[in-house]
Design a protein around this ligand. Structure first.
Ligand code: PMV
Length: 323
C-alpha cells in the first residue's frame, strides 16, 4: 500500500448531442488539456482533510465517520461524497488528506466536479490497492455524481476517465473512443455561468404540453450525432461544421441558447467558420467553433468584439492518470 499519490483528470467539451443524451440518445464528447490535479495521502489519524482552494475550501477537516451529505460546503461535496462512498463500499478506515489544484476555473463548465470525483476514485483505487479498471472507475464515479446532482448522462465522467474523443450513450451504455486527432476548435466563454440541472428541468417544463415535439427534437439531435461521428472519422470538417449549425438550431428550439451565445456564434460564422454551436447545457458557459486553421485568428477577433472570452484549449487529451 502506498502512502501518497498524485493523479489528474481532464475537463471536457461536449461536441454534439447535449440534452438529448440525458434521454437515451448518443453524444460526442472530447477531453481537454486542462486538468484537475489531486494529491491524496493516507494519515495515521482517522480524519478527513481537504484543501481545495479553487473552490474556496481550505482547512476543512472532519472525522472519517462523519463523512456525508450534511454540513458539506458546496465546493467539497463531490470529493467528500466520493470518499464516503468508497470508504463504505470497500470498508476503508484510514485517515485521508486530499489537496486539489485546478488548471481551469469551475465557471467555464468544463466539468470540474466530475473530474475531481474521478480523481478521488482513481487515487483511492491506487492507494488502497482496489485495482479498479476504467469502467469500474466510471461506474463508481457516475453513481457519486448522480447521488449529488440527481440528473446527468455521465458524459463528463466518461471524458474524465477515458479521455480522447468519445461516442457516448446515456449512462455509459456505449463508450466508444473515436480514432481521430485533435480538432482545431475555437472555444469561447460567454461570461455567464450556467446551471446544468436547472436548464435540464427548464427544457422539460417548457415542453410539458408538447412532449411529442420534444421527442422529435431529441431524435433529430441523435441522428445529427450519428452523422457527425461518420464525418469526424472521415475528417470531413465542412460536414462537421454544417452539423454543428444544425445541432445549434435544435438547441435554440429547446430554449437553451441565449442572445450572448447567439451573437458569439453568429460572429464566428460571419468570419468564415465551418460551424459553431453552444457546448454543454446552454444558458451561458461556452461556445465551440470549427474553422479552417487560416481563419482562426479572424474568428477569435470577431468573438472578442461581441464580448466573448477566448479560452486556449486542446481537445482529444488523455484521461485520468497517475502523475
Ligand atoms: O453543462 P454541462 O457542460 O455539464 O453539459 C450538460 C449536458 C447535458 O446534456 C445537458 C447534461 C448531461 O449530463 O448530459
Amino acid at each position: 500500500m502506498m502512502d501518497k499519490i498524485i493523479v489528474s483528470a481532464p475537463g471536457k467539451l461536449m461536441i454534439f448531442g447535449e440534452h438529448a443524451v440525458v434521454y437515451g440518445h448518443p453524444c460526442i464528447v472530447t477531453a481537454v488539456d486542462q486538468r484537475i490535479r489531486l494529491s491524496a495521502e493516507v494519515l495515521d489519524s482517522s480524519d478527513f482533510e481537504l484543501e481545495a482552494p479553487d473552490v474556496e475550501v481550505t482547512n476543512y477537516k472532519k472525522s472519517i465517520s462523519e463523512l456525508g451529505y450534511r454540513d458539506v460546503p458546496e465546493g467539497a461535496q463531490f470529493i467528500e461524497v466520493a470518499a464516503k462512498n468508497l470508504y463504505e463500499k470497500f470498508s476503508l478506515n484510514k485517515g485521508l488528506r486530499i489537496t486539489t489544484i485546478s488548471e481551469f476555473s469551475s465557471k467555464f463548465g468544463f466539468g470540474s466536479s466530475s473530474a475531481s470525483t474521478v480523481c478521488v476514485v482513481k487515487a483511492l483505487s491506487e492507494l488502497f490497492d482496489l485495482d479498479l479498471d476504467n469502467k469500474e472507475i466510471f461506474d463508481l464515479s457516475y453513481e457519486i455524481v448522480l447521488d449529488i446532482q440527481g440528473k446527468g448522462s455521465g458524459f463528463d465522467v466518461a471524458a474524465a476517465v477515458f479521455g480522447g474523443t468519445l461516442y457516448f450513450l446515456t449512462g455509459g451504455k456505449i463508450i466508444e473512443p473515436l480514432n481521430i486527432g485533435s480538432l482545431s476548435l475555437v472555444v469561447a466563454y460567454s461570461g455567464i455561468k450556467a446551471d446544468t440541472v436547472k436548464l435540464i428541468n427548464e427544457v422539460k417544463e417548457r415542453f410539458t404540453n408538447n412532449s411529442k415535439r420534444l421527442d422529435e427534437i431529441y431524435t433529430a439531435i441523435g441522428s445529427i450525432v450519428e452523422k457527425a461521428k461518420e464525418a469526424l472519422l472521415k475528417n470531413d470538417l465542412a460536414t462537421v461544421g454544417k452539423l454543428m449549425n444544425e445541432n445549434q438550431i435544435l438547441l435554440a428550439e429547446l430554449g437553451v441558447s441565449i442572445p450572448k451565445l447567439d451573437s458569439m456564434i453568429n460572429a464566428a460564422r460571419r468570419t468564415g467558420a465551418y460551424g459553431a454551436k453552444l457546448s454543454g447545457a446552454g444558458g451561458g458557459d461556452c461556445i465551440i467553433v470549427l474553422a479552417p486553421q487560416e481563419k482562426g485568428f479572424n474568428v477569435e477577433q470577431a468573438i472578442i468584439s461581441v464580448g466573448g472570452e477566448i479560452i486556449d484549449v486542446k481537445s482529444n487529451e488523455e484521461g485520468v492518470r497517475v502523475e
